[in-house]
Design a protein around this ligand. Structure first.
Ligand SMILES: Nc1ncnc2c1ncn2[C@@H]1O[C@H](COP(=O)(O)OP(=O)(O)OP(=O)(O)O)[C@@H](O)[C@H]1O
Ligand SMILES: [Mg+2]
Length: 759
């Protein structure tokens, strides 16, 4: 179907045509009538088959027809920015597109100004908990990657959001985008939706098994892999690069991503031409400059990028991952070796996806096969429209027997059916409390109706279901989150706060207990840090063999706010893991460098920033509880929050308010004898710029932020210019918080910053 023949406004068509979309793919054409007649839709079609476009058209149709706003829900923040950028192409039609990246415990009233709002499912859940009024104006709800309902971690949240939208906004159109799954029909029945299913893919994806010499594809064609590489991954990767393609390798551990990339690097480097090498070098420099702090991990990654290879895993921070993804899209990085963090939804120019591992280690279950659905998602990163004429997805077999098994399981079988995970204790207590706390449910009958309308209920026996709900309500009552009078159910202040703060009720109980105890203990930061790390909202770090220091620390430290188990208690291991995690945050606020943290804790910058972000959020929750229950530690907690946000000791909190001054520069300024903002007044730019890590650019920016005039260039101007040029080359003049904090510029920035901090 031609885009020009589609029944939609000419302006929309022009934008699509300008983006090279002239014809709709068959499953898109099949879905469109349902979209335009505002019916609910489950679109379960292969990877790369253009599901997003159908959802964009549904959102546009809702907004342009005046029905109301659209919300576009995605599983990951990285996907949110990709969808936001694509949807922003339609802003020339006067449509306002917004992305919600704010904290989970705020209502973000400014979002109401937008017509289309892109957010993660956690954010959508939190907006519902804060009763954001504009949610009632929503006429289209898009749920991308809806098969993730199957995911034990974030599945229940997505399921509950859709359930609640169906109830509070029954006329809203739900458009659910799914991978091809076995029970798509069940999903459509639950959502009362039309189902469009298809096996059609715009770019042919050849799927095969490599036996060491050739790939046998499922269409029975064979491709010899030339060369004398003994290593299967290297043979497959170099073969694709030699013919001008790019490749994505999936392995099962972070360590492997780096090891495999290291192995490939010298070989791929030889395949780069002069221009390619120059671009790779430039990208590698950008990567180093943009890091929050220099680390040996970053250095190793940059050295690989310089040779046209990269590794990609959750240990990298978001700036590093984005730079790698961009470099791959731009054709500078020829090969990425990744853990499945890269698998979901992203468009990559991989001609060949190589899957080395189909097994992985699970902390509870040991070695487990990777689900078929996940392998197919990885495979689907190859052969994306606009990049390659075809794609190849290759699994590696070490024997004939294995080849046969891999083929049967991963290439010829259906994917597993998706199963609701709402029945877990943690999911039920969290979502039942939030349903009551928001007034969505106000009596036993309402609660039953709510649970009855979930996907979980559709898949379970109702007697088991009601039993579990009763247990959940009992737990919430016993712990003073909800009260019941006869059939009526209502939330206590504690219950409402817990729901608004977006923490697990169990975390709230633990934090409240810890705060009570803090009144009778001479606390240290570690006391609070350990308490937040012990909650189920923080995923603690594993203990390693050389982590004996943790045990010593437990023995020595006397101000824990949660009971210390005996060394022989089975709980001890957990306790120690929480102490290790708390120590990471403690080191962070004591200004231990990221490089040292990486080494000491066996983590990457991504983990550090992730743990720091969660710690700040949980400590904020603890402070709000302390305030509500009149505990004396509010000021202490506020200071700790500021220290966590900035990764520094208390004495730097004043200097760090300056834009472009992170903990490293603030420490350098402090070390030079300038301990407060006031002490910087009247200090010549030249003096400031001589402080290590500062340089002229930053020195001038500091002066501007203090509202001081910068003397016009006079004598020595040339030298200053040279210094400034050197700064920009060494990165001295760049923002050391890039990728973390939004830039603000101009004289008003300091004011703005202060206001924000005071809020
Ligand atoms: N009709 C079309 N003509 C040309 N290109 C299209 C068309 N529809 C979509 N595309 C392009 O195809 C690519 C893949 O689309 P999209 O990301 O929506 O895939 P998807 O079905 O969501 O895949 P996945 O399951 O992997 O998330 C995008 O780059 C998109 O711009
Ligand atoms: Mg998609």
């Amino acid at each position: 179907m031609k885009v020009s023949d589609v029944n939609m406004p000419q302006d929309v068509k022009s934008i699509l045509l300008a983006r090279g979309i002239t014809e709709l793919y068959p499953p898109q054409a099949e879905a469109l009538p349902h979209v335009f007649s505002k019916k609910n839709l489950v679109l379960a079609i292969p990877t790369a088959s253009g599901k997003s476009l159908v959802a964009y058209l549904a959102a546009l149709n809702g907004v342009l027809s005046g029905s109301g706003k659209a919300i576009y829900i995605v599983p990951l923040r990285a996907l949110a920015s990709e969808k936001f950028e694509e949807l922003s192409a339609f802003s020339s039609l006067g449509i306002k597109v917004g992305i919600s990246t704010g904290d989970l415990d705020e209502a973000e009233p400014r979002l109401a100004d937008n017509d289309i709002i892109v957010c993660t499912s956690e954010k959508a859940d939190s907006l519902m908990r804060h009763r954001a009024a504009w949610l009632r104006e929503i006429s289209v709800v898009v749920a991308d990657e809806v098969h993730l309902i199957n995911d034990a971690g974030r599945g229940p949240t997505l399921e509950v959001i859709l359930t609640r939208f169906k109830a509070i906004n029954p006329s809203a159109q739900i458009v659910a985008l799914s991978a091809t799954i076995k029970n798509a029909r069940d999903l459509a029945m639950w959502l009362d939706a039309e189902l469009v299913q298809s096996e059609w893919r715009p770019v042919v994806l050849k799927e095969g098994i490599f036996d060491g010499t050739s790939i046998l594809f499922t269409d029975n064609t064979v491709r010899e892999v030339p060369g004398n590489e003994k290593d299967a991954v290297a043979a497959l990767a170099l073969d694709t690069i030699a013919e001008g393609g790019q490749t994505l390798v999936f392995v099962n551990t972070r360590r492997s991503t780096e090891a495999v990339a290291e192995k490939l690097a010298p070989k791929i480097r030889r395949m780069l031409d002069e221009r390619g090498s120059a671009k790779a070098k430039a990208l590698s420099e950008t990567f180093l400059r943009g890091q929050s702090e220099p680390t040996s991990l970053g250095e190793r990654a940059a050295k690989l990028i310089e040779r046209g290879v990269a590794f990609h895993n959750a240990g990298l921070d978001s700036f590093q991952r984005k730079t790698v993804e961009r470099g791959f899209k731009d054709g500078i990085i020829k090969c990425i070796v990744a853990t499945p963090t890269l698998a979901a939804g992203v468009n990559t120019p991989a001609r060949r996806v190589i899957i080395r591992d189909v097994w992985r280690h699970d902390a509870n279950l040991g070695i487990q096969p990777v689900p078929i659905l996940e392998i197919r998602q990885m495979m689907g990163r190859a052969g994306r429209p606009g990049y390659d004429p075809y794609g190849e997805a290759v699994l590696i077999a070490r024997s004939d027997d294995e080849a046969e098994k891999l083929r049967d399981i991963y290439l010829l079988s259906d994917t597993e059916p998706i199963v609701s995970k709402l029945g877990t204790e943690a999911a039920l207590r969290t979502h039942v409390l939030s349903a009551v706390a928001t007034g969505f449910v106000s009596d036993d009958g309402g609660l039953r109706r709510f649970i009855d309308s979930t996907f979980y209920a559709q898949q379970s026996d109702s007697w088991a279901l009601y039993g579990r709900i009763e247990e959940t309500v009992e737990f919430l009552e016993e712990n003073c989150f909800v009260e019941s009078v006869g059939e009526k159910l209502s939330a206590t202040i504690f219950g409402r706060m817990t729901s608004d703060l977006y923490i697990d009720p169990l975390s709230a109980i633990m934090l409240k207990g810890a705060l009570e105890r803090s009144c009778n203990v001479a606390t240290a930061p570690l006391s609070y840090l350990h308490a937040i790390c012990a909650t189920p909202d923080m995923l603690s770090l594993y203990l390693r063999q050389n982590d004996n220091w943790v045990e010593e620390k437990i023995e020595e430290f006397e101000a824990f706010l949660l009971e210390k188990p005996s060394r022989y208690d089975s709980e001890y291991e957990w306790f120690a893991a929480d102490v290790k995690t708390a120590s990471l945050i403690e080191d962070w606020i004591d200004e231990v460098s990221e490089d040292r943290l990486i080494d000491k804790y066996g983590v990457g910058p991504g983990d550090i920033h992730g743990k720091v972000e969660i710690a700040e959020w949980l400590l904020h929750a603890a402070r709000e509880l302390a305030r509500a229950f009149n505990f004396a530690c509010v000021t202490e907690l506020t200071k700790l929050i500021m220290r966590i946000r900035n990764g520094c000791r208390e004495e730097l909190l004043n200097l760090i308010k300056l834009e472009n001054v992170g903990r490293v520069r603030a420490r350098a300024i402090y070390g030079a004898g300038f301990k407060t903002l006031d002490s910087l007044r009247g200090v010549p730019v030249d003096t400031l710029s001589r402080i290590p890590t500062i340089g002229r650019g930053i020195a001038e920016s500091i002066k501007r932020q203090l509202g001081e005039e910068i003397a016009p260039e006079g004598r020595g101007a040339r030298r200053k210019k040279e210094e400034a040029a050197a700064d920009s080359e060494t990165g001295n003049g760049t923002d050391d918080k890039q990728g973390q904090l939004p830039r603000r510029s101009g004289q008003s920035s300091l004011m703005q910053f202060k206001e924000e901090k005071e809020e």
